[in-house]
Design a protein around this ligand. Structure first.
Ligand SMILES: NC(=O)c1ccc[n+]([C@@H]2O[C@H](COP(=O)([O-])OP(=O)(O)OC[C@H]3O[C@@H](n4cnc5c(N)ncnc54)[C@H](OP(=O)(O)O)[C@@H]3O)[C@@H](O)[C@H]2O)c1
Length: 294
């Protein structure tokens, strides 16, 4: 028996990365899945690989009619909608405030914030008609602290966290729960313009080294996140086990938002003590230098 037996779900941005893995795991847990995304070949191939429990429906989350049609496809194909995963997302534009380009900023907000709003809006309509459901939005640690992604992405993810709370307090009376998941560093194509690096790409090895350096000084739990990690949180929030949980953000970040690893702080203190007792100058912080969209 699966955790999501009998549930009908929609997952946006499920043509690669976290969303694609979520589609596989949701189906394995007994759900039927409508896969959203713009890349038709990838989406149809994933639906074929999963089998009769999945269909692909081409969807750009920035276009309201397409999001409405995605939700309608779930109801027409599988009879209802129980779970909506608003996962679609695009990478940062890495420009600073003084070089900000409003059109690029708005493009990022359109995918992450307006796309999520449209997903909540149309899912809520279908869920109200069937007595309730669970909506999960995809936020990220960049929505909780600066410096983990470009300005546009960070602002968008912060908005997703608050949009989630606002939707939760409004939709609760219909039996609809709304929660967000905030992954830390997860090795996917979002680090390569959203294309291709999620599975079996040679570039993954280089990214893995880079991300290992990055997480070492910032993340209390060792290791790089995998798509399975946020997916497990989505399965839980979608399931009946979470029936009294709404308006929450669940960080899946190796403890990163809790603070820096104590061992890093102790190493810094030891260096400071060495300087104070023996003289010398501080030449660096010892912290990682990379940033990525999380
Ligand atoms: N990887 C991380 O470390 C990390 C950390 C925190 C949060 N996140 C978030 O997790 C989510 C999934 O990202 P990922 O890491 O799995 O990267 P990914 O493999 O690039 O997945 C992004 C997905 O979003 C879809 N997408 C992009 N723009 C879209 C649009 N306008 N309409 C519909 N779908 C669209 C892409 O599909 P198409 O190109 O086919 O449309 C793709 O399936 C994103 O919201 C991302 O911000 C990732």
């Amino acid at each position: 028996m699966g955790t999501l037996d009998g549930k009908v779900s929609v997952i946006t941005g499920a043509t690669s990365g976290i969303g694609a893995r979520a589609a596989e795991v949701f189906a394995a847990e007994g759900a039927r899945v409508v896969i959203g995304g713009r890349r038709t070949d990838e989406g149809e191939a994933l639906a074929r690989a999963i089998g009769p429990a999945a269909v692909f429906h081409r969807t750009d989350v920035c276009v309201e009619g397409e999001v409405a049609a995605l939700v309608n496809r779930a109801v027409e194909t599988f009879g209802r909608l129980d779970v909506m995963i608003n996962n679609a997302g695009s990478p940062s534009h890495l420009t600073g405030i003084m070089d900000a380009d409003v059109s690029l900023f708005e493009a990022t907000l359109s995918v992450h914030v307006s796309g999520t709003l449209l997903g909540i809006k149309h899912a809520a309509r279908a869920m109200r008609d069937s007595g309730g459901g669970s909506i999960v939005t995809m936020a990220g640690i960049a929505g909780h602290a600066g410096g983990y992604a470009g300005l546009d992405y960070s602002v968008a993810k912060a908005a997703v966290v608050h949009l989630t709370r606002c939707a939760a307090v409004e939709l609760g009376e219909h039996g609809i729960r709304v929660n967000s998941v905030s992954p830390g560093f997860v090795l996917t194509g979002v680090f390569a313009e959203g294309r291709g690096t999620a599975r079996g790409d040679a570039r993954v090895a280089g990214l893995r080294h880079f991300m290992a350096d990055m997480e070492h000084d910032q993340q209390p739990l060792p290791g790089i996140g995998a798509p399975d990690d946020p997916t497990a949180a989505m399965v839980f929030l979608a399931s009946d086990a979470a029936r009294m949980i709404s308006g929450q953000d669940l960080a899946v970040d190796g403890g990163l938002l809790a603070g820096r690893p104590t061992a890093v702080m102790l190493a810094e203190r030891a260096r400071i003590a060495g300087i104070v007792s023996g003289g010398g100058t501080v030449t660096g912080t010892g912290t990682g230098t990379g940033t990525a969209d999380a």
